[in-house]
Design a protein. Structure first.
Length: 263
């Protein structure tokens, strides 16, 4: 059957083992110094491990592969990682289900699974269970969006401008989707409240490994939000992408654009 599964580029793989640790199902092992999917029926194909690879060697592809076997996978994890490993795997699988890839049970971590939704379309304003249906069309064309979760290399980054969006900006501005996201990829981060230590290194890897034409950092007017711009500029310099412009766009607490400059 044809389904999503993890593919590993051995030329990019350095054998660091981070993907082995990230794969809760134990489908990936180091063989002769390289990471490999050793049992395809243990791989759920949802990409929870992709974002942990520092070189972008992992990607989700659609290929002919055996169906994911949840029972065999749990038995494998119990044998190799004990009950703690089974608990970790079940904790991931407890998230809301994603589209099934040839199996009957939801699995994987939805926060890390790479997805590219269909082109946005308007929805009628019909109330459902007391809540209004979606009125404005979404311009989001990817998942995930949080900087900790996005993979270093992804198809939704290619040949597009990238918006690095502060967490508060879409709350302050109701126009974020059509003003900033339309036709662009997006990363969401907070320079004050996130665990930001790996952000510069990860952004540098994203800039270096994808065909990104321009970066727009959409930040709030509050001073602490300026750290997002500084991180993006340092990452650009570290990536070797001297050709990559970084635009700083400042949004006021009432949603107005207060200024724009290029770094």
């Amino acid at each position: 059957m044809k389904r999503a599964i993890i593919q590993i580029n051995e030329e990019r793989c350095t054998g660091c083992g981070q993907c082995v640790d990230a794969c809760a199902e134990g489908a990936i092992q180091l063989v002769d110094g390289k990471a490999r999917v050793v049992r395809t029926e243990y791989c759920d194909g949802l990409g929870a491990c992709v974002g942990d690879c520092p070189t972008g060697a992992l990607q989700v592809v659609e290929v002919e592969a055996p169906a994911y076997d949840s029972k065999a996978t749990e038995a494998h994890v119990r044998l190799t990682r004990g009950e703690a490993g089974v608990h970790r795997m079940r904790a991931q699988h407890a998230h809301a289900p994603l589209p099934h890839h040839g199996h009957d049970e939801p699995c994987g971590c939805p926060g890390s699974a790479v997805r590219m939704p269909k082109a946005p379309s308007a929805a009628p304003a019909v109330a459902t269970d007391g809540l209004p249906a979606k009125v404005n069309a979404s311009e989001l064309q990817q998942w995930p969006v949080q900087l900790h979760l996005v993979p270093v290399r992804a198809p939704f980054f290619q040949d597009k401008e990238l918006v690095i969006l502060s967490t508060c900006a879409p709350i302050a501005s109701a126009d974020v989707h059509w003003r900033f996201l339309r036709g662009r990829s997006v990363i969401v981060a907070c320079p004050k409240l996130d665990r930001t230590e790996p952000y510069q290194e990860k952004l540098a890897a994203i800039f270096a490994n994808n065909r990104i034409a321009r970066v727009l950092v959409v930040r709030m007017e509050v001073p602490c939000c300026g750290g997002l711009v500084a991180t993006a500029v340092r990452a650009r310099d570290a990536s070797g992408r001297a050709d990559l412009p970084v635009d700083e766009i400042i949004v006021g607490v009432e949603g107005e654009v207060q200024g724009r400059r290029t770094h």
